[in-house]
Design a binder for this molecule. Structure first.
Ligand code: 3PG
Ligand code: MG
Length: 391
């Protein structure tokens, strides 16, 4: 590993600027899912244990370079204090004097970095200002590592830097899933559109042994083979691209698993009249909304053959039952294999984690990433600037 961890740093008496991702869902004055907050607690605790003072830096929402009270990190402060079990000092406009005047064991949270346009522009002036506040930089925001911003990359170039506990755990898990995995590796890629996951599919067919394609994007692959998908969501203009990916899979020896049977309905609503048909029998006036039991059986057989699973995207329209059946069944099966130590399973992406939570499977997975976009970009084989800057 090219980067240092907290273990490599002398933090005694040091102010440690700690980039975290506490960009959490927030509704009706409440944090509705505090997973990202919970997952940064070990880093903060360890910095304190090493005698350092964590000065937390984070973004919240997309305020586009202007202060916006609806995206103030003040809103997240109570949930952070609850998770840490202690008070946190909030600073709207931090200064070195103010920070130095605090007791050594204080935890500070600085206001939303994106209130300044200099953040997303990775303006060197902002990076220099942030660096001038502290002695050391710790990046624990893997889920923001695909952004080259002042608080993720700019400041890392200016200070002795290291990865936090969560950042290190995310990188280790991804390395185990795709970098140097136990083979065979099976990847599940689902979700609505091929167009948003072209780079992903193209990279995965080079890296994995079995690629399961599910969700709306499977329809594009089916249509590209001349199968009629009725009124299903389908990117017909990407038929050629889908054929190219399938051909690439043939040359790399990656086995492509497409649905064999599908659940179809005339309406997309909870409890809609649904039937299971063979993939070539989708009625002209119906939509494919989930994979069928035969498809699930093939997927779980692939899981049985595999030693590593990487999962991004649901297999069907999981938000609305009964179209969550394939996702739930495959997730439960992967969870069982993971519990018995037969499968290393790693999943990421907001929808994916929601689907696995809904299926009660997430807890049994080997690793659940906190990242959405960063997880995808990593799986696409891209260098994440926030990680590169730690090297
Ligand atoms: C996320 O929520 O995925 C990260 O916090 C990054 O947020 P962004 O997509 O607004 O950069
Ligand atoms: Mg550090």
């Amino acid at each position: 590993m090219a980067w240092k961890t907290l273990d490599d740093m002398d933090l005694d008496g040091k102010r440690v600027l700690t980039r975290v991702d506490i960009n959490v869902p927030f509704e009706d004055g409440q944090v509705t899912d505090d997973t990202r907050i919970q997952r940064i607690v070990p880093t903060i605790t360890d910095i304190l244990a090493k005698g350092g003072s964590p000065i937390l830096l984070a973004h919240f929402g997309r305020p586009k370079g202007k202060p916006n009270p609806e995206m103030s990190l003040r809103l997240v402060l109570p949930a952070l204090e609850t998770a840490l079990g202690r008070d946190v000092v909030f600073m709207e406009r931090p200064s070195r004097e103010e920070i130095d005047a605090l007791p050594g064991d204080a935890v500070v949270l600085i206001e939303n970095t994106r209130f300044s346009p200099m953040e997303e522009a990775n303006d060197p002036e902002m990076a220099q200002f942030l660096a001038s506040l502290v002695d050391v930089f710790c990046n624990d925001a893997f889920s923001a590592a695909h952004r080259a911003h002042a608080s993720t990359t700019g400041v890392a170039e200016l200070l002795p830097s290291c990865a936090g506990r969560l950042m290190a755990a995310e990188l280790r898990a991804l390395e185990a899933a795709l970098g140097d995995p136990k083979r065979p590796v099976v990847a599940v890629v689902g979700g609505a559109k091929v167009s948003t996951k072209l780079d992903l599919l193209s990279n995965l067919v080079e890296k994995v042994d079995i690629l399961v394609i599910g969700g709306g994007m499977a329809n594009t692959f089916l249509a590209a083979q001349g199968i009629s998908v009725g009124k299903s969501l389908c990117e017909h203009d990407l038929a050629e691209t889908a054929r190219e990916i399938a051909e690439k899979a043939m040359t790399t020896g990656c086995e492509l698993l497409l649905p064999r049977d599908v659940v179809v309905a005339r309406e997309f609503k909870a409890g809609a009249d649904a039937e299971t048909v063979k993939v070539e029998d989708c009625p002209d006036d119906a939509m494919i909304l989930d994979a069928g039991p035969d498809s699930v059986a093939h997927i779980t057989q692939a899981f049985d053959r595999a030693k590593t699973l990487i999962w991004n995207g649901p297999l069907g329209a999981f938000e609305i039952p009964p179209f969550d059946a394939a996702t739930n069944a495959a997730a439960a099966y992967a969870a069982g294999l993971s519990r018995s130590g037969k499968l290393v399973s790693v999943a990421g992406g907001g929808d994916t984690v929601a689907a696995l939570n809904k299926a009660d499977a997430a807890e049994s997975f080997t690793y659940i990433s906190t990242a959405g976009g960063a997880f995808l970009e990593w799986m696409e084989g891209k260098t994440l600037p926030g990680v590169a800057a730690l090297g």
